[in-house]
Write a protein that binds this ligand. Structure first.
Ligand SMILES: [Zn+2]
Length: 473
């Protein structure tokens, strides 16, 4: 557009003209917005997500989409935009987070905040986790608006701040307390799943429908401090070592919840040998010794699958003593626990204490700030839409429900009644290992596919007054 024409249009109160081809623009703009977001350094801490929120607000405003920025501290800001539907059905929410983990530029082959392109990849912190999702969701809102797609539901875009710190006073806690209604929805999609990609497209789509909750705990042994030349039976170091050993030998009871069952049943179809046999053993056993054995077997073959079957408590830090000839009065072991969906912290702690079987060991812990959340159902309209979109756009891919051993802020929306699923941009196994690491990247072709996939899901769930009357129950 010439500057003069732009001036004339602005004077006439006309917004920037929409591109002639919204279809091509959707994919081109998803890429451009991803690059623009990567170039805004929102490393957390401190996050400074307001720069991403401001950018997205400006982008949406170009197409006349209003949005609101929610700020909990000077630079901690989330953005929420809403496209109105007919109201025939409850809203859906498209969620993502705008902050990223820090990146040490000296370790990278490409600068982490430049969004450079090389060999079909876009490089940069946040390309895979998860500015790609923000870019696609914002572009999807714009596409829906430009194509005047009739909606039976409101479509909410929620670009969240402060997902990556994992600190105790989270922006999402504040937001859900003060403005939960802004993002309240029947269904939603966020990061937290797994989509595995090879050169000819996605081959496995893991729809995250449950998460294990994160909790740190510390075992503290107390004893009489003294000179090491006079050994004592209440040595804190040996008491702690005993406690850690007992805990590591404890078998938390295994269970196969609906999400883990769906996942393992699908895996069993393509698994071979020992893995197949261990999965089948777990699927056929009732809770009790045989299922526990199956979980142990699985842990030896595929620890990731086994982690879906039980609570885990993993020792990570040991601390005791300061001088070789002095018995310390205290020894500590930090452990990281991952609780199965719906498990209460107090119940896990009671089991830990029982396993340690030494009342002199103190167990300190920080309970999660949110209530336990169970598994998401797989027989919903949204889940079926994901399956159907996957069968159209990735007919060869295995599609399954998935329980993550990690946690996302979907849990906070789930705790308030929104059925949330995790659907991630497709990555190869190697790309997946770069997330939170060095040379994070996303294939541009994978981004295009992801944009297609999310759009198809949203259209199936939210489009059209005609669709609404069929879908309403
Ligand atoms: Zn993330």
């Amino acid at each position: 557009m010439s500057p003069l024409l732009a001036l004339a249009l602005a004077a006439a109160g006309v917004a920037a003209a929409a591109p002639a081809d919204p279809e091509a623009a959707y994919f081109a703009e998803s890429r451009e917005r991803l690059k623009a977001l990567v170039r805004l350094d929102t490393s957390n801490p401190p996050g400074n997500e307001i720069i991403a929120a401001d950018y997205l607000k400006t982008e949406l405003a170009k197409d006349g989409i209003a949005s609101e920025i929610f700020t909990s501290s000077p630079t901690r800001s989330s953005l929420v935009a809403r496209l109105k539907g007919s109201g025939a059905m409850r809203p859906i929410v498209l969620m993502c987070h705008t902050d990223v983990v820090p990146a040490a530029a000296k370790d990278w082959s490409q600068p982490p905040f430049a969004a450079s392109e090389k060999d079909g990849y876009i490089y940069g912190r946040g390309t895979a986790d998860i500015k790609s999702m923000c870019a696609v969701e914002a572009s999807l809102l714009v596409w829906l608006k430009r194509t005047k797609t009739a909606l039976a539901r409101d479509v909410i875009f929620f670009a969240e701040a402060d997902e990556e710190t994992g600190n105790r006073q989270r922006h999402i806690d504040w937001l859900m307390k003060e403005h939960a209604e802004a993002v309240a929805a029947e269904f939603g999609v966020n990061e937290g799943g797994n989509t595995l990609w090879s050169d000819d497209g996605p081959y496995e789509i893991r729809i995250q429908a449950a998460e294990k909750e994160y909790m740190d705990l510390t075992l503290v042994a107390h004893g009489q401090a003294g000179h090491a030349s006079v050994p004592r039976s209440d040595n804190a170091v040996t008491a702690l070592a005993r406690a850690v050993t007992r805990l590591s030998m404890h078998h938390f009871p295994a269970q196969v919840n609906a999400v883990a069952r769906g996942f393992l049943e699908t895996q069993a179809k393509s698994a071979k040998g020992e893995l197949k046999s261990a999965i089948e053993m777990a699927l056929s056993a009732k809770p009790g010794p045989i299922l526990d054995m199956a979980a142990d077997r699985l842990a030896g073959i595929n620890p990731e699958f086994a982690a879906m079957l039980r609570n885990t408590v993993t020792p990570t830090i040991l601390a005791a003593g300061y001088k070789a000839n002095v018995i310390p009065g205290e020894a500590q072991a930090t452990c990281n626990a991952r609780l199965m969906p719906g498990v209460r912290a107090e119940d896990l702690i009671a089991e830990v204490k029982e396993a340690i079987a030494d009342p002199s060991i103190e167990v300190r812990y920080d309970p999660p700030t949110r209530e336990p959340v169970g598994t998401m159902p797989a027989d919903t309209e949204f889940y079926r839409a994901v399956q159907s979109a996957a069968s159209e756009l990735a007919p060869k891919a295995r599609v399954m429900p998935f329980m993550a051993a990690w946690t996302t802020d979907s849990q906070d929306l789930r705790g308030r009644g929104t059925i949330m699923y995790g659907i991630d941009p497709p990555v190869t196994e190697e790309d997946g290992n770069r997330i939170h690491g060095v040379d994070e990247r996303l294939s541009a072709a994978a981004l295009d596919w992801y944009a297609r996939f999310l759009r198809e899901i949203v259209l199936k769930v939210a489009a059209g007054p005609a669709a609404a009357s069929q879908k309403a129950r």
